[in-house]
Every structure is written in C-alpha cells, then in structure tokens.
Design a protein around this ligand. Structure first.
Ligand code: SF4
Length: 211
C-alpha cells in the first residue's frame, strides 16, 4: 500500500463520508493495496451535470482527481465545445480507488462503493448524470448496455430513494481507438449539456457510440 489517506473520520474499514469526501475506507482489500489514495469527486457541490466514470487510473490515482490524463483532455475538449468548463460540472467515479493493473472493478467493489455514490448524487442533486462508458452505464442502469448503440439515450434510473435522468455515453478514450467515436462522444456531451440546461447551444442528438 502506498500513501494511504490518514485523515480518517469514523468507523474503521468502512470509512466515512464527510460531506462529499470519503476518507479512511478500506472495504475493498485489493483496491486498498493498489491505490495511492482515495480519489473523490470534484466540481461544484450543486452541479447540474454529473459525469460518472468507472474507476481512477494511474494518472487519477497520482493526482487525486477523476478524469485527468488523455481521457480527461478529451472530456475537457467536449465540454468546451458545449460551452462548458470542467469546473462547471461534477466528475466522479463508481469506485474511488484504483484497481490493480487497471482492471475493471469487481461486482463486490462496485457494491462496496455504491453508498458513497448514492450519497454524492443525493447531495449534489444534479439535473442529469452522464455515464462515461460501459461499466458506469451498466452499474446505474442495472442491465447489459451496448453503449455504441445506446449512447445519447436518456434513461430514468432509480438510485436508493431517488430517481435521476441518465444519459449514456461512450468513454472518452473510445475516441482514441476509433475516430468515428469522436463525433458520437462530442454530440452526446453537447446533448447532455442541453438537457441539463447548462449550455446555450441547442444541438440535436445523433445516434451515438461502444467502449
Ligand atoms: S473503492 Fe470505495 S468502497 Fe472500495 S475501498 Fe475505495 S472508497 Fe472504499
């Protein structure tokens, strides 16, 4: 384990959430070993638009912020195209600790971190949540999702005691491997900004991208 958070509040390996910040959580043994730190969500506490990724990668683990590095740059570009800045939106992940070798989070790990996500969304109370890629889309929709086909779709999702409007998106990294996904991704983000009422633009929706 490297650089563990030490500012623990509360209850042992279950950790605790102070506002929107999780500290001292050790519920997922493999992730506790592979992480440098817990990567909490960033952005306004009352953001209208929340972007949900899968898990921190190496850059995120190092910097303690979701969606930095190449994927983050693509997300920033798409936000800029939609008339937004990264600081206008909230960005968070399904699990807050980096999985070993960048593997997908396991079902148990997703379940362990679910309560933190539900609390974050409940406190932020966004108009819209955008799921970036297959893992977060399937985590929220609780079914298999073909993100290539379903990108841009708007789905009402029940989380805990509340319902949220969710827009499915391909992962920004998909645009690195398949250039055709770039238009899909950018259109999805513009569409989401319109739906959330945070963009001046009035862009339409295309049938969008799989990653
Ligand atoms: S992924 Fe979430 S539940 Fe698992 S150790 Fe990290 S903060 Fe805790």
């Amino acid at each position: 384990m490297t650089g563990e958070d030490t500012d623990t509040v509360g209850n042992g390996d279950g950790g605790a959430m102070d506002g929107l910040v999780v500290r001292g959580c050790e519920r997922c043994p493999q992730l506790v070993e592979s992480r440098s730190r817990i990567v909490n969500g960033v952005g306004p506490e009352d953001a209208d638009l929340v972007f949900l990724g899968e898990a921190p990668g190496a850059n995120e683990d190092e910097r303690g912020e979701p969606f930095v590095g190449r994927s983050g740059s693509i997300l920033d570009d798409a936000l800029r195209d939609a008339g937004l800045d990264r600081t206008d939106v909230r960005i968070t992940n399904c699990v807050r600790c980096r999985p070993p070798d960048n593997r997908d989070p396991m079902r148990e790990e997703l379940a362990n971190c679910r309560g933190y996500l539900e609390r974050e969304l409940d406190l932020v109370d966004p108009a819209l949540v955008v799921t970036l890629g297959k893992v977060p889309s399937e985590h929220l929709l609780d079914r298999s999702v073909a993100v290539t086909k379903e990108a841009g779709d708007v789905v009402d999702v029940r989380l805990g005691e509340r319902s949220y409007r969710v827009v499915v998106s391909v992962h920004p990294a998909a645009t690195l491997y398949d250039g055709s996904q770039r238009e899909t991704f950018f259109e999805t983000i513009a569409h989401a900004a319109d739906l959330a009422g945070v963009s001046a633009s009035d862009s339409g929706q295309a049938n969008l991208g799989d990653f």
